[in-house]
Unconditional design. Structure first.
Length: 161
């Protein structure tokens, strides 16, 4: 029975699991996006997000605490300088999991896990989607040239009657 066992052990002992998650967190911080299995990605999110949250406040104690988990100076430096700026206003949810299907060899579910503010493709799509509405076109047309908009409105009225 697995009562009160709340996290995935990933088929590894504690030391091996900690090393795996630390290495995956380092790769995620340095590369901003990694490809892995779904189970590992979900375990990584639980491991990495509290460390990323520590980077919001750049203090010596926070740097030492994050370094004690990661053991990589370059990753800690990137996390506290580069990533902390982008996540400053975000209250949580620093990672995104994008499912990619099943692996050919063993049919394991695979996915990408990425830092939310670093996917340029999704950021561009969100900005473009907000810009395209019918109302904004009509209002901008009338605002740009009010004389032509009024003339067009007058010509439409007699035809409608």
């Amino acid at each position: 029975m697995r009562h009160n066992k709340k996290f995935n052990h990933l088929g590894r002992k504690k030391a091996h699991r900690d090393a795996l998650l630390a290495n995956m967190t380092i790769s995620l911080i340095l590369h901003k996006r990694i490809h892995t299995t779904l189970a590992k990605a979900k375990a990584l999110r639980i491991y990495a997000e509290p460390l990323i949250n520590r980077a919001k406040e750049d203090s010596t104690s926070n740097r030492r605490l994050v370094f004690s988990y990661l053991q990589n100076k370059e990753a800690v430096k990137v996390l506290f300088q580069e990533i902390a700026e982008k996540i400053a206003g975000r209250p949580g949810g620093y990672t995104r999991i994008l499912k990619t299907g099943n692996r050919l060899g063993d049919n394991a579910k695979t996915c990408f896990i990425e830092l939310v503010d670093y996917n340029e493709g999704m950021l561009k799509e969100a900005k473009e989607a907000k810009a395209k509405t019918r109302r904004s076109r009509r209002k901008s047309n009338a605002a740009e040239n009010p004389v032509e908009a009024a003339a067009a409105a007058e010509t439409e009225l007699p035809a409608a009657e």
